[in-house]
Design a protein around this ligand. Sequence first.
Ligand code: ZN
Length: 236
Amino acid sequence: MPRKGSLAFPTKQRIAENQRKMCAVDGCYSPRSYTKQYCRKCAHAFQRHGHPKARAIRPWEYAAIRKLVRSLLKQMIPEVHTDALATMAECLEPGREVKRNLFNPKYHAWKERLRLQVNKVKIPLALEHALSVMVMIAEQPRRFPNRATEVRAVGRAVLRLVPYYHATMWDDRKQKNVSLQRRQPAASAFDVVGADVFRALWPLAKQLARRIEEDRNKRNEEIARRYREQQHAPQP
Ligand SMILES: [Zn+2]
């Protein structure tokens, strides 16, 4: 008899059978991974971003939105801006220490918030990034297939502002410092922090999104009007 838990006959066969099937995602034709219903890539996306078709949001993707958000924040009533900053600071406050338990999302969230605090994250910067991603969510709903994806994108945008923990060691052969360990925060930390930020700042983000859209429409109309005038101007 094979030992319990070893990759012996039944499991091995199950894996072999499963790997002959296609990924469960529409339009993905890769073979499934181990005993999962998704292929390797889709399973990874599901675990990290909350949906097999979701992908990471990179800062350069919302750089243009961030520029607009920054200028709008400057034009805002000072009290509203201070309020938003205070809310953001509250969301990133680590609070009381949580006992180490890798199955407790609150432990991971506490650890990541502590990392931000120790590395002195800039609250205005965090506010800008979080609001920009939320404006992106309001503008491009197709990019975020479900709520988990939205929440994780917001959490990731905030938690990636200071470098992830890693230890370095001098490598004689390569003649440079090599990173021993580079860890991403646990996905559940994105969930907890992202949900807090999302709940607190979504109304403001929606306002900003509406404002940005109005400004854009106004500018487009202005350009169209000028173009029309040029077209119908009497020829000299
Ligand atoms: Zn797939």
